[in-house]
Design a protein around this ligand. Structure first.
Ligand code: BGC
Length: 528
């Protein structure tokens, strides 16, 4: 292991992530420092003051590694360098140093399941014969049928179409995502060793941890048998045990190797993107020698419905009841419709999103805020010609994909690109009429979503939020009420009528509670 310079706060606070608020920077869409319309590392550096004012504890920066961008960076051609569109290693080091100096820890994406088809290993595999060690790093197989012209099994790609593509010599290779993202074979020791090298590369530079992409996907069942045929395997979701592409036993060996590396760097952590909804199966990823955190997608997939929301909380807490991990709450990310839009959009969507933020941030454990959540950003319907997500093409133009939730963040001014970039052009177009949504406009408005987030994150640091447990309180119908050991009481009103405020001193509310009642689609924090 090479030496590394620990960030000043390391080791004094090894469990910092347990109740941290992480901010997801979708690098293409956060801020553009170079003026080309695509977000980059320089843009993040320039906007650190926003993150300090917001009060986040840590960043998760989505992939900024060299990539042909077939899946906007999740097709990694070299996991140990920086894509020129986003900057260079010196820029990354500067960003890391500045974030640390501002008291913000920094985690980066690790994409172990697959590489880009432009990775040197894949080029070598294509140039090598079937059965060669170069092909053994990936999942090359002969096809079925007399002439091998059928894919080796019936697995569909998450992005549509079959999960197999054929190469000129007749063999097929597996890609759970786009053909430009060939899956690696984690039974090959070289593959695991390379992942460890990548982790050390970034840990030695001083990163505080990783978000692990498709963390339930690295192991495939022996013999690659057919899976239960399924109609909808689009986007990541949990399709249950019949889906042999994910959640296989061998994946836990990979997580143990990941954890062993992290344990050599005290104070570092990993959060897994684990689309496994069964409480017990998800808990297996959080055993003491595996991941510190696993995203909990139950809030992100819940409707604005009291039973759904309560179930999401109950199951998430049940998942972590028998493991060392705390829960880890997510409302939105770069793969799913934003919650303002999920909750109905417009004024109603925003009102509910404000309430949901207070719910998310009151729950015990870690929380992830997706860039733009703090502004109440909605999804944007884009015209066909603007769509960039590979899902659009792969689905034969039946699925519009994820571009709608990836629109660049509006910072200031009254016209595109709202301070995102020097010019008006951005990699996904920004709509007219977003002046009031900009961070600049909201910073000046005490009633804005941004002001609500700032106040909430400041309060989260107070003793009212102490303790990792939660006690459900009696609540009016279609309301959720709970108390944290430190004295925080949170009431969320999902019903259609006003409900009385519980006992206690109001700390923060997502709507006006001056009359002693909490209106519909609102939440309040009290100290009792
Ligand atoms: C990422 C997606 C990406 C996929 C393939 C996901 O889970 O969040 O954005 O397309 O992994 O890497």
């Amino acid at each position: 292991m090479t030496s590394h310079a620990p960030a000043p706060f390391r080791r004094t606070d090894a469990d910092w992530w347990r109740d941290a608020v992480f901010y997801q920077v979708y690098v293409r869409s956060f801020a553009d420092g170079s003026g080309d319309g695509v977000g980059d590392l320089a843009g993040i550096r320039a906007r650190l003051p926003h993150l300090v004012d917001l009060g986040v504890d840590a960043l998760w920066i989505t992939p900024f590694y060299p990539s042909p961008m077939a899946d906007h960076g999740y097709d990694v051609a070299d996991p140990r360098d920086v894509e020129p569109v986003f900057g260079d290693l010196a820029e990354f080091d500067a960003l890391l140093a500045e974030a640390h100096a501002a008291g913000i820890r920094t985690t980066v994406d690790l994409v172990p399941n697959h590489t880009s088809d432009r990775h040197a290993w894949f080029a070598e595999a294509l140039a090598s014969p079937p059965g060669s060690p170069a092909r053994a790093r990936y999942l090359f197989r002969d096809g079925r049928g007399p002439d091998g012209s059928q894919p080796p099994n019936n697995w569909p790609s998450v992005f549509g179409g079959p999960a197999w593509s054929r190469v000129p010599d007749g063999q097929w290779y597996l890609h759970l995502f786009a053909p430009e993202q060939p899956d690696l074979d984690f039974t090959d020791p070289e593959v695991v060793a390379d992942l460890e090298e990548t982790m050390r590369f970034w840990l030695d530079r001083g990163v505080d941890g990783f978000r692990i992409d498709v963390a339930h996907g690295m192991a495939k069942p022996a013999g690659l048998p057919d899976m239960q045929p399924m109609e909808d395997t689009g986007l990541l979701d949990d399709h249950g045990p019949g889906d042999l592409r994910f959640d296989q036993e061998g994946v836990h060996d990979v997580h143990r190797r990941v954890r062993a590396v992290l344990d050599g760097y005290p104070g570092t952590m990993a959060v897994g993107e684990v689309w496994v909804s069964d409480d017990d199966r998800l808990a297996r990823y959080l055993r003491p020698d595996e991941l510190q955190l696993a995203f909990n997608f139950k809030l992100l997939t819940a409707d604005w419905d009291a039973d759904d929301l309560r179930d999401a909380v109950v199951h998430s807490l049940a998942t972590v009841a028998g493991v060392p991990a705390p829960a880890c709450w997510v409302l939105s990310n770069h793969d799913r419709p934003r919650h303002v839009t999920r909750y109905g959009g417009g004024e109603q969507g925003t009102r509910r999103a404000r309430a949901a933020a207070l719910l998310q941030l009151a729950l015990p454990g870690a929380a992830y805020v997706y860039n733009g959540d703090e502004l109440g950003m909605p999804d944007v319907d884009l015209p066909d010609e603007a769509l960039q997500d590979p899902i659009w093409e792969r689905s034969g133009h039946t699925e519009r994909g994820r571009d709608a939730c990836r629109i660049p963040v509006p910072w200031s001014g009254d016209a595109p690109s709202y301070g995102f970039s020097d010019g008006a052009e951005t990699w996904l177009p920004m709509p007219q009429g977003w002046g009031a949504l900009t961070a600049g406009a909201q910073a000046a408005d005490p009633g804005s979503v941004l002001s609500l987030y700032r106040a909430a994150l400041a309060l989260r640091r107070t003793s009212a939020f102490a303790g990792e447990s939660l006690e459900w309180l009696p609540a009016p119908e279609r309301c959720l009420a709970f108390r944290r050991p430190g004295g925080l009481v949170c009431l969320v009103n999902v019903s259609a009528g006003d409900v009385p405020l519980p006992e206690g001193r109001v700390l923060l509310a997502s709507a006006d509670v001056a009359g002693g009642v909490l209106p519909p689609d609102a939440a309040v924090w009290l100290h009792a």
